[in-house]
Write a protein that binds this ligand. Structure first.
Ligand code: KPL
Length: 300
């Protein structure tokens, strides 16, 4: 998809939360000379060390005209509802999270003049106290989801390329979301259950389980009209495992810190949709059950 090259508005970027991927985007934007602010539940100055430099982020001041929303899938709706009164009428909003199911919920909440985007990324980042590490060199795909976003495509894509690039602009995000779903359906629950870094999943002992999880996801995609070729998907999963070998997945980190995980929007989504098509997905169901048990054990 070619970006729209008509005159573009000046965007002043705000990032929601202080998660690892959002802070990675903030630091990379700062390194390139962009001014970034953070939107937090409790407005606060956030200091972060990245690549042996210190970055300081002030709380954002409304109205917000360009917002990256890298929050967990289960928090998207509440976050957007909280943001709405603080958005400018021509704001651009970029959602980015693992799992499925939020776009249809957010779209009707925006004004026709407010742009909605989805960005899916395979970058790995890890936050430890005030330190941020870029633990997996990845890439991102971004798509405008309404006409107000298309009108602003050059300005948004350029900045997101700096933040979480290299970036590919597409007008059809669905195949990319399914590919990322497949990646997360394997890496996230397995690293959480086996308490390991992503790279450990390249060991032979995980090979057959990974294959079975992916067969189920690819069968479901086909039933839902999405072309997800098993061999290509397996190759992509293996590539991400290697590229993010030193990373602890977001689900591993969630379980370790006894937080709610995104299992419902990842393997839970697979199980839920498969039931609609009477497709048996025992591997995904098993992972959903196991991670849910882990969450229950610490009271989530
Ligand atoms: O998306 C991720 C996550 O941890 O949530 C990957 C790409 C698997 C990197 O760890």
């Amino acid at each position: 998809m070619a970006p729209n090259t008509s005159p573009q508005p000046a965007l002043s970027w705000t990032i929601v939360g202080q998660g690892a991927i959002g802070l990675l985007a903030a630091c990379r934007l700062s390194l390139a000379g962009n001014v970034v602010s953070l939107w937090l539940k409790t407005p606060n100055i956030i200091n972060i060390d990245f690549t042996e430099q210190q970055f300081s982020y002030p709380p954002a001041i409304a109205p917000l005209n360009a917002v990256l929303v890298p929050v967990k899938s289960y928090a998207i709706l509440d976050t957007i509802k909280g943001l709405l009164p603080h958005l400018s009428p021509d704001a651009q909003l970029v959602l980015s999270h693992n799992g499925m199911g939020t776009i249809a919920l957010v779209k009707p909440l925006l004004l026709p003049t407010q742009g909605l985007w989805f960005l899916t990324t395979t970058h790995g980042a890890l936050k430890q106290h005030h330190n941020l590490f870029h633990t997996g060199q990845g890439q991102s795909v971004i798509a405008p989801l309404n006409s107000a976003a298309i009108a602003c495509s050059e300005a948004v894509t350029q900045v997101m390329d700096i933040a979480l690039g290299p970036i590919t602009l597409t007008d059809n995000i669905a195949p990319y979301l399914w590919q990322k779903l497949a990646i997360n359906a394997v890496i996230n629950p397995l690293t959480a259950i086996y308490d390991c870094q992503n790279g450990q999943l390249s060991a032979a002992e995980y090979r057959s389980q990974i294959a079975e999880i992916l067969v189920e996801v690819c069968q479901l995609a086909t039933l839902m009209g999405i072309s997800l070729v098993y061999e290509d998907t397996l190759a992509k999963v293996q590539q991400v495992i290697i590229q993010t070998a030193k990373n602890y997945s977001s689900m591993h980190q969630d379980v370790k810190h006894q937080r709610r995980t995104e299992i419902a929007a990842i393997n839970g989504f697979v199980v839920e949709q498969a039931a609609r098509y009477q497709l048996a997905v025992p591997q995904n169901a098993g992972l959903l059950q196991r991670v849910t048990q882990l969450e229950q054990a610490y009271g989530r």
